[in-house]
Design a protein around this ligand. Structure first.
Ligand SMILES: [Zn+2]
Length: 320
């Protein structure tokens, strides 16, 4: 009995005294088990994330179905003429799909304010122009940062976009669902704080109404409506990469190429056709080129014929 007890004690002492080292095979096994466990945990976590995301998506779809106003307004529904626009303390909202103007109203306003409309070749072209303006307007929300709004606002601002793209197939600029109209200059909070008369940011086109109207009043090469629409059209095609116009994209490549030398040429020519801001980078050069193309066509032709034809080809329209 004692002997057995002593033997067991010796065995245990030997066991505990022995250094606990594992063989390489054992180490691999442990590593394999830990690795396997981590892989399984990762798999479970990833599945959970996917399940949560799918649930969020389902909820969002359901909400959009229950409350269609959350998504884009359907454009095929019956038009409702609002007695009063949606009123907020600081601004008014005109939903384009609720605005209804007769063809005569379009014609009257466009004839009065838009020189481009008057030089359209024939009635067929004018009808096409009005059709496009109407369609463009229906797809936008017009947010007016003032106490009152005019029916000229949605019509003429839509018309400035249609003028730019009249030679092209795509013209709806779907990425820009909101057009904000300010009575005068406004403060731009987007990249830096500064006073501007127009800009394009996120899904918004912002425009000062006073400057917009002045732009079409005088053919002086300054037109904030065309300027911002030029930025917006470029953004729609090259940044949003949605509803792109193949002809424009192809033509713009030549403009981009030409702008590298044209910028220097215009800077050195001292022609005063472009402003220094317009010559500060390619984007501003593009927007100002569009203004000049429409408003100072003859001067552009005299200064830089090939640039005129490149812009004309990019927009698929021209005056010569
Ligand atoms: Zn600009």
């Amino acid at each position: 009995m004692l002997d057995r007890f002593l033997r067991k004690k010796r065995y245990l002492r030997n066991f505990y005294d022995k250094p606990h080292t594992m063989t390489t095979k054992q180490q691999y096994r442990v590593l394999f088990i830990i690795g396997g466990a981590m892989f399984l945990l990762g798999l479970i976590a990833a599945s959970m994330v996917l399940i949560v995301m799918a649930a969020i998506l389902m909820c969002a779809t359901l909400i959009t179905k229950i409350f269609p106003a959350v998504g884009n307004p359907p454009v095929t529904q019956e038009y409702v003429v609002p007695d009063t626009p949606v009123v907020n303390p600081d601004y008014l909202v005109y939903r384009g799909y609720q605005l209804e103007f007769s063809t005569e109203e379009f014609e009257k306003i466009l004839t009065k304010h838009l020189p481009y409309f008057l030089i359209l070749e024939n009635q067929e072209q004018r009808e096409k122009f009005i059709k496009r303006v109407r369609k463009f307007m229906q797809r936008k929300n017009f947010v007016i940062h003032d106490k009152g709004g005019f029916k000229e606002m949605p019509i003429l601002i839509s018309a400035s976009a249609v003028q730019l793209s009249f030679g092209l197939k795509k013209y709806l600029l779907p990425i820009f669902s909101e057009i904000h109209i300010y009575p005068d200059e406004f403060i731009n909070y987007h990249q830096s704080l500064r006073i501007v008369i127009g800009n394009v940011s996120n899904n918004r086109i912002n425009i000062s109404w006073k400057h917009f109207l002045n732009g079409f009043r005088l053919p002086d090469g300054v037109n904030v409506g065309l300027h911002e629409m030029a930025h917006a059209y470029h953004y729609q095609n090259f940044a949003a990469l949605d509803d792109m116009d193949e002809h424009f994209m192809e033509g713009y490549k030549a403009f981009e190429e030409r702008s590298r030398t044209a910028l220097l040429y215009e800077l050195s020519s001292l022609s005063s056709l472009y402003t220094l801001y317009g010559l500060s980078n390619e984007q501003e050069f593009w927007a100002e080129s569009v203004e000049i193309f429409f408003e100072k066509t003859a001067e552009l032709m005299a200064l830089d014929k090939s640039l005129y034809y490149i812009i004309s080809n990019t927009l698929n329209q021209g005056f010569f």
